[in-house]
Structures are given as C-alpha cells and as structure tokens.
Design a binder for this molecule. Structure first.
Ligand code: MN
Length: 224
C-alpha cells in the first residue's frame, strides 16, 4: 500500500542508482516502537536518528551526533520521514545521489515516549521527550524545536539534549561516539562498509527482535 508520508523520501532518490530501500519491503510488526541511528559519512559526517511512529521513521540529522552529557545541546535537523525498512540499510549511497556517502547502522533498539502527551502532540508542540533502550544509547532525551526556525521555512532545527538520569555523564558526552566505531549490525568499520567488504548487516526491522549481532537482550527490563 502506498504510504504518502514517503512522497518526499521517494522524490529525493533514484532507486535505479541507490541501493537504499524504496519502502516496499514488509517489516516485522513490533509491539514496541523501534529506533535506529545511522552514522552517515556524507558531505559532512552526521548521525541520523530515526524513531518509528505512525508506520514510518521520524528522522533527524544530528550534526555532531548524540551526547550523553546533559550540558550539550546537539543540533538535530529535521529531515523527511523514512520507510521502516530503511532501518536495516547499511552501505554506500553513490556519489551524486542524495546523501551520497557510506551509512553505518550505529545503534538500534526500542524507544518510548515520556510525559503525558502522545508523541504526535509532543512533536507538534516542539517538546518531545523520549527514552531510548538501544545497544549503545540508553535513557531519556528531549528534542526541542528551535523557535525561530519555523518561519525560515528551509529547514526545521531542533536540539537534542540528554536528560539527567543514571545514564547521563558530566563530561566527555561524545565519548560514546568515539568508543563505538563499528556497526551494531555487522561489526564493520566505516572503511569496510565504504569498501563493500565484510559481513552483511543482520536485519532488525525485516526479521526483528535481535538488536545487534552480539546483543545481550533482556526483554524483562523494558516491560515497566
Ligand atoms: Mn543522513
């Protein structure tokens, strides 16, 4: 069935040229909302945060990557909704195509909204609190829409900020990025992905349930 939330996604890409999913593949249903973070070595290196909501991934390009230090405010540029099968994509987008460069599955797992608002209401309000249970990222975050950017039209900027909790750190919030240089889905480095070498990524969206190649998964921890 056509998903018109993906019109922009499809319009930006030529699927004869790029290996990126066209949104046709059927993903496994999940009773928990899934998320992925893709490290994307494009014109500028960034980390794409994708949260499953309403049958698509709401997506933000986090320019410097997420930080575990609540003092850090990371610019997160809202981008077009992505299809759920994009959550299994790891590989290289050809030069000249939109987002040309290599993509690594850097983290994945489950998320849940925090607070009384529905996620749709919180997003509309521009104050979106959520909790990640990934292989690498854990705990509460907020995305806050920047007030002046709505009128500018070109792009919608948010700030991604870690909340204070047991997973927060007081310094070196980006160490989580530096300490984890390989794919959670294939174990590969960006160099190996760019060279098209090494293992294929283990699926998460298409087959489901397994967050990472060597994830220790205790579902009881997420049933609160
Ligand atoms: Mn990107």
């Amino acid at each position: 069935m056509a998903n018109d939330k993906l019109t922009t996604y499809k319009a930006k890409r030529d699927f004869r040229e790029t290996q990126e999913p066209s949104g046709q593949a059927k993903v496994q249903p999940s009773d928990r909302r899934r998320f992925v973070i893709q490290k994307h070595d494009a014109t500028r290196l960034h980390y794409d945060l994708r949260l499953e909501l309403g049958g698509v991934f709401k997506s933000w390009a986090v320019t410097r990557g997420p930080s575990m230090d609540p003092h850090d405010k990371r610019l997160a540029v809202e981008v077009e909704d992505h299809p759920l099968d994009y959550g299994d994509f790891e590989g290289t987008i050809p030069k000249g195509q939109y987002g040309g460069g290599s993509v690594m599955l850097w983290d994945r797992g489950y998320w849940e909204p925090e607070g009384k608002k529905t996620p749709e209401q919180a997003l509309a309000k521009g104050d979106f609190k959520f909790r990640l249970e990934g292989k690498r990222l854990h705990g509460s975050f907020v995305l806050v829409r920047m007030a002046n950017d709505r009128e500018r039209g070109k792009r919608t900027n948010w700030l991604m900020i870690k909340h204070r909790d047991e997973f927060a750190v007081e310094a070196n919030g980006a160490a989580i990025l530096d300490d984890n240089g390989t794919s959670v889905a294939s174990g590969r480095t960006m160099e190996a992905i760019a060279a098209g070498k090494g293992r294929k990524p283990k699926p998460f969206m298409l087959q489901g349930g397994n967050m990472g190649a060597d994830a220790v998964w205790d579902s009881s921890a997420y049933r609160s």
